[in-house]
Design a protein around this ligand. Sequence first.
Ligand code: AMP
Length: 211
Amino acid sequence: MKLILLGAPGAGKGTQAEIISEKYSIPTISTGNIIRAALKEGTEMGLKAKEYTERGELVPDEVVIGIIKERLSLDDCKGGFILDGFPRTIPQAEALDSMNIGIDAALSIEVADSEIVKRMSGRRVCPACGASFHTEYKKPEKDGICDVCGEALIIRKDDEPQTVLNRLSVYHDQTEPLKSYYKAQGKLLTVEGQDKVSDTTALTLAALSEI
Ligand code: AMP
């Protein structure tokens, strides 16, 4: 399965991606995680991306398109993949189409802005392995500690309130038009994000079974 996950930042794409990835044994490719890793390592791409991510803006298309081309050419993508956080603009979607890899579906997880703001204020991430938790909806077994690798969890700089509002407005302006783009291709699936992760997962898996 070659799947795109769409939705506002904080809509739960990352969590659903982890679940689908395990169920279908395909990798999740998150441009956000790739960019954060590059930032941490201080690579040239990371330095280029830093100012944009910290302001909650999108990194220029040519940078992320380059990242995705390289990543999708690796062997583990041959049997399918989930794209989490890419494409985020029409030019990115067009670049993906021009790679001719045959995307099966774009699944949009719909969540109201007010709910997103509430969710993001409780989001905690692991700076070491990228796993994501929530103080209310997805508690780690031990408070403040990553279940996967034991590192102390942090609040991402771009989850701070003003940045979240900025990211939401960027989402509505630049990413939401992708819903019409994929609808026109007959590939759009829509799921209403629920309060409980397991309820959203049930809807997601039901939607995917239709592909
Ligand atoms: P995410 O974790 O997916 O919310 O991504 C974090 C940040 O990385 C975003 O706010 C953007 O600055 C940048 N980023 C991730 N994916 C993309 C993309 N497809 N296009 C442009 N910028 C991106």
